[in-house]
Design a protein around this ligand. Sequence first.
Ligand SMILES: *[C@@H]1O[C@H](CO)[C@@H](O)[C@H](O)[C@H]1NC(C)=O
Ligand SMILES: *[C@@H]1O[C@H](CO)[C@@H](O)[C@H](O)[C@H]1NC(C)=O
Ligand SMILES: [Ca+2]
Length: 367
Amino acid sequence: MLLPALALLCTTLTLALAQGPPQTQPKTIIIDTDIYSDVDDLGALAIANILSNFGLAELKGVVVSTGSEYGALAVDAVNTYYGNGHVKIGAIRPLTQDTFVDRWGWTLGEYASKVAHHFPRALRNATETPNPVTLYREILADAAVNSLTIISIGFLTNLADLLESGMDEISPATGADLISYKVAELVVMGGNYPSGWEYNFAGVDPNVAHRVISNWPKNVPITYSGYELGSQIWTGQHLAQEASADSPVLAAYQWYGDRCNTTLKSYDPVTVLYGFLGLGGWAELGLPPMFEYANADGYNSVNAVDGINTWVEDASVRNQHWLRLRPDITVSDVEEVLNRLLVQSPHVVEGRQGGIIEDLLRSQLRI
Ligand SMILES: *[C@@H]1O[C@H](CO)[C@@H](O)[C@H](O)[C@H]1NC(C)=O
Ligand SMILES: *[C@@H]1O[C@H](CO)[C@@H](O)[C@H](O)[C@H]1NC(C)=O
Ligand SMILES: [Ca+2]
């Protein structure tokens, strides 16, 4: 009889899909972004969507620290493009209708409002989003112990608000306690290592960076991706040739770049890549281990007034590290991986929630 055979096949397929990728239990991720001016936040978010679709980790939420209503809308357009319009978004208040003007070099363009208006999205208006602290507290309250990775690729405003939040109707725990119980790792694009000036810490609100870095619970690891790492990695140069014509990444990079030049330093994409991969690689996707800690111990100190960070030697503090590339990995190896991900079409990974057809995926990624 045909029917039971078909039923069996369906059951087998369902089981295979339900098993997920071999060996790893996907971790859960929240991205905290200052999406607005530099388009590398949007590239980083695209990479997070793709790696999430591959099953490497699950993107749970995105919080925005910049006031323009176009930030949350652009985030949602990117998530929607990759089939993840369900991912929750939080946006800081008050909301404005600001659009970016490059008052430093007068060469770069604005992309957030354009992405928001020209790409399909599930979120109708940024006013429908919760505040970042509310969304953080909801996701943290629901999360398993020690399960969440927070990847910060912008200002630390939302994290300061979370850290300093008190008990409320969402949870009887303070923000510091929620972080301490639920967060496995904070990954921060910020600072310059071992010491120096960097925009996310020093550019807008040094005091906020100082408070988060000095008061972060001591049991929760912090991993820093510094200026010196991302500024040597250039990506986006193959978008026009290799990305699909309907890609919001291609469009945003062209709108932003100097006369359509889509080649950019990759502070945020490299940070998201580490946040998903960690120190290990992902053999199923052909991704080798790429990063290592540059220090054994000590901690980061951020000056509350000028935002300059200094690494303090202290053998008793072991929860903080900054990243560098492993000696067997070159800058162009990382550029290659990021570029492959940036041009990845969502259609390739559509519907693939399980750990099957890895070889096909690897050949699609060509890595
Ligand atoms: C969102 O809603 C606000 C308040 O109603 C309105 O002023 C704004 O124009 C809307 N934004 C968009 C992008 O539709
Ligand atoms: C694009 O920008 C990069 C980085 O600034 C630069 O090295 C490259 O020469 C630019 N390409 C063109 C065609 O201007
Ligand atoms: Ca950023």
